[in-house]
Design a protein around this ligand. Structure first.
Ligand SMILES: [Mg+2]
Length: 254
């Protein structure tokens, strides 16, 4: 592992990255396109349902719906944020018709390799908690981890509460503060985090989170300007970039 990877798919640790050598870390995991691969195209299915929502509820033609959808996505990172701000939509109805309507059962299957890695992290003497941190509503987030067969491993979830105003979501500073508080007032220096979103990782890094890992899908280029402390091209590469978390501490075992 080095700053100049021999292969484009090698993980990267950027200069100045500190090893996770403490023993009180909470590891925050984004869910969508992070705990499952982007190639499962749940994002594409979701885009279709969001488009349908714009067309139906805002009475727009296809072109205007697409334009507005992309504009809200660009401006706020979430289409629903723009819908709530400017169209006063019922966010719970949106959740029901978009996120909860996704045919996830057809796409997501238990992932034994991911489960094994998460269990190793859970057993690590350096890790206190594993925490889900998503911009989806909780019904969707919990449904995804259940289908992946990893729902029993996490200690909790911080999600975007669609029913609350103002609606808070990543990458807002307040949302990162909420996640730390909900996970048990975790200080920033004990926060480890993986997300596939550049702007989310950038925010965590700016806020001083200890480790912020940008998961870049192998089909996408690594951004020229790093968002956080590491880039990985596969979620299982967490073990390669943070091997210290996977070393057992013999004195604490048995
Ligand atoms: Mg994501």
């Amino acid at each position: 592992m080095s700053a100049a990877p021999s292969s484009l798919l090698e993980p990267i640790a950027y200069e100045g990255t500190k090893p996770a050598s403490g023993d009180d870390y909470t590891f925050f995991f984004d869910i969508d396109n992070c705990l499952y691969k982007k190639s499962s195209d749940i994002h594409g299915m979701m885009q279709k349902l969001i488009h349908k929502y714009f067309v139906t509820h805002l009475q727009l033609d296809d072109e205007s719906a697409e334009y507005l959808h992309q504009q809200y996505y660009r401006d706020y990172g979430l289409a629903i944020e723009g819908l709530v701000r400017f169209h006063n939509i019922d966010a719970m109805e949106y959740n029901h018709e978009v996120d909860d309507a996704l045919p996830l059962e057809d796409v997501l299957k238990p992932d034994p390799e991911l489960r094994a890695m998460l269990l190793k992290l859970k057993a690590s003497p350096r890790i206190k908690k594993l925490w889900l941190f998503t911009n989806a509503y909780k019904t969707h987030g919990l449904r995804v981890v259940k289908l992946l067969g990893i729902d029993d491993i996490f200690d909790g979830i911080t999600y975007c509460n669609y029913a609350k105003r103002p609606m808070l979501c990543k990458p807002m500073d307040d949302m990162f503060a909420i996640a730390r508080r909900e996970a048990g007032n975790v200080p920033v220096e004990d926060c480890l985090y993986v997300d596939d979103s550049y702007i989310n990782i950038k925010a965590a890094h700016r806020l001083g989170w200890h480790t912020s890992i940008h998961y870049v899908d192998p089909a996408d280029p690594v951004p020229e300007k790093p968002a956080g402390t590491h880039v990985i091209r596969d979620i299982l590469d967490i073990e390669r970039v943070l091997p210290e978390l996977f070393e057992a501490a013999p004195q604490k075992h048995q």
